[in-house]
Design a protein around this ligand. Sequence first.
Ligand code: PLP
Length: 345
Amino acid sequence: MCTSPLSIAKLAHNMFLEGNLGDPGLFPGSARLEREAIVSLAELLHGPTGTTGFIVSGGTEANLMAMYAARNAAHVDSPEVVVPESAHFSFDKVCDMLNLKIVTVPLDADFRVNPGAVRQVVTKRTVAIVGNAGSAELGAVDPIEALSKIAVEHGVPLHVDAAFGGLVLPFLKELGYSAPEFDFGLAGVQSVTVDPHKMGFSTIPAGGILFRKSQGLQCIKTQTPYLTEETQCTFVGTRPAASAAASWAVFESLGREGFRKTVKRCMELTTLLYEGLEEEGFEVLLRPQMNIVAFRNANPRLLADKLNKSGWRVSFVPRLNCVRVVVMPHLKRQHISDFLETLRT
Ligand code: PLP
């Protein structure tokens, strides 16, 4: 799910190698770039004034921070998190670390969580509901609007994991694709994960975590006795300014138009791949909602092995028994036709 960073991202990264966002008073320029990168992400995701956040190491840390804040804000005994069956495996780690019980909710035929089933398992112990805006395996988008309503009704924060989709979905509608609402425009959404090191052409490590309200961070503040700021909200102490600067540089240089063009290309190639696979008689699990395609034949594990041996780096997803291709921006039309040709032979 990563791609070659833009040249300007590499340049910015190298200019900020010594920058430490963990001690912002010493690196005010770096801190400003991080803040501005967060503002760009917040604007894209309809964050209201006051939306705040951090450039972190990736989606895992972003999800960790969201769950940490939700747990601490709730102050309940035996806290639980309601997640779709398709939630990223980072939630297994995060919930283990935070001693949160995971309540898993099944999916419908389109691999989206069933809101009715979510409603049934929300209790007084629920500290957060999680929805995917682009599942890692299929790019499936949960019905975030319905989840948001449930979250509001129960006074529980909805966290949206848009680690991958957060830099795809906002452009789909503008390109004429149907794309559901998934961001801070929905009242129940309190935090969003969106990673510049995935569809954002940034350098690794660059995850993003946004919170609707800065008050949401009070409960994860730690005193930092010897640093330039008295408190810190991030989990990680010393943090790289380099990849935050790289993310900032990409937003400044590409702008909305640049991202839109990239997403357009990725979606056109995705459609080409999807149609080609259908023509060849493969079962495509889900009509792609973003630039991820998953398919199978009678023996997808063997197929994935064969493809990998012949140089195509595809993943096999055991849970869904399928081969998965992420159509990242470095792919070209020729790759898609060569790939389909390999499948034919
Ligand atoms: N969430 C989703 C939806 C993802 O697709 C991924 C990674 O692919 C993650 C979280 C974890 O992100 P990272 O590997 O950057 O920690």
